[in-house]
Design a protein around this ligand. Structure first.
Ligand SMILES: N[C@@H](CCC(=O)N[C@@H](CS)C(=O)NCC(=O)O)C(=O)O
Length: 310
């Protein structure tokens, strides 16, 4: 099998989620550091327009979104499972909470806390990306106590869960640990009063240490140009498969795929190779990478016929 290549940057919380999964699976992987802000000239040829972080590449197959990355990692490396005790299914639903409303509150906390200290270029990119064109950092600063109240209640759910367990599912770590950990990691590292705020959670803090000790597996740096060359030399390995899709889409159809609720351009157009309840994979080509297949989760993504998007 080709190497697992992760396109990410160290400060990215969603990448930290994936790095913990690599640790849980004790994987060897290649690490390509991408820019924190567009343009991302060596990533765009790979994804065809998706600019969020992280992205995983295996040969000429490209996985956008941590959900599709983790699903593929679990398929390729089923042991140790991310779902100890038969927790598959609902564990993905936990991600719709942690990566959805809780993530948005944590970003509002970090942005509101940083206020005028946020670098202009970062604010002008991430403001509309996460909160739409009418984003208001000063309001986030005024709302800090209310945002903390929201987050405190939800971190307490995690803390309660750990009352009788070392990890979220039991004695062994699994996907919900990675899903909860990356937000705690982000609050600790990026909210100025993070360590003080987190210290009120008696069980969460020792759990955080246990998850941290899992590590990230074994990354080895790779240059972004080398990653482009890997894609160009490889052939996509995704077989053509369809199913009884409610939208009537099938392999061969031209579609545009884009994340729901992201306020900046992120659409990718291609021809469907694989479509299922959980995944859509589209074929596209680019001079720098040749033929690639780009994978997305279905949940959280609009898929529209043709090349125009929504
Ligand atoms: N649903 C996506 C969300 C990814 C996301 O929002 N990542 C942040 C970084 S942690 C991002 O892309 N920020 C803008 C950027 O890196 O350009 C996933 O699960 O991968």
């Amino acid at each position: 099998m080709s190497d697992i290549i992760l396109h990410h940057y160290p400060q990215s919380p969603v990448s930290e989620k994936v790095r913990v999964v690599f640790g849980l699976k004790d994987l060897d992987w290649r690490s390509v550091t991408i820019p924190r802000l567009p343009p991302k000239p060596d990533l765009m040829p790979m994804t065809g327009g998706y600019r969020l972080t992280p992205v995983m590449q295996i040969g000429a197959d490209v996985y956008c979104d941590s959900h599709s990355i983790i699903r593929e990692i679990e398929r390729l490396n089923p042991e140790p499972t991310l779902f100890p005790g038969g927790a598959a299914g609902m564990a993905w639903g936990v991600g719709r909470w942690t990566d959805g409303p809780l993530f948005t509150s944590v970003i509002a906390l970090v942005f509101g806390d940083a206020g005028d200290d946020l670098p202009d270029d970062f604010r002008e990119d991430r403001g509309p990306l996460y909160f739409g064109a009418g984003y208001d950092i000063a309001q986030m600063t005024r709302d800090l106590p209310a945002t903390l109240a929201q987050i405190r209640a939800q971190l307490q759910w995690m803390d309660d869960r750990l009352e009788t367990r070392d990890f979220m599912l039991g004695a062994e770590p699994g996907l919900p640990d990675a899903l909860c950990y990356y937000l705690v990691w982000f609050i600790r590292g990026r909210y100025s009063k993070g360590p003080e705020f987190l210290s009120q959670f008696q069980r969460l803090v020792p759990w955080e240490e246990r998850v941290k000790a899992i590590g990230h597996g074994r990354p080895a740096d790779m240059d972004s140009k080398e990653a482009l060359a890997v894609a160009k030399a490889a052939t996509p390995e995704t077989p053509e498969t369809g199913d009884d899709d409610p939208t009537g889409l099938k392999p061969g159809d031209e579609v545009t795929v884009e994340p729901i609720g992201i306020g900046l351009p992120n659409a990718v157009t291609g021809r469907i190779v694989r479509i299922s309840a959980q995944e859509i994979a589209i074929a596209r080509a680019d001079e720098q990478v040749g033929d690639v297949v780009v994978h997305f989760p279905r949940v959280g993504y609009w898929v529209t016929r043709g090349g125009d998007g929504r």
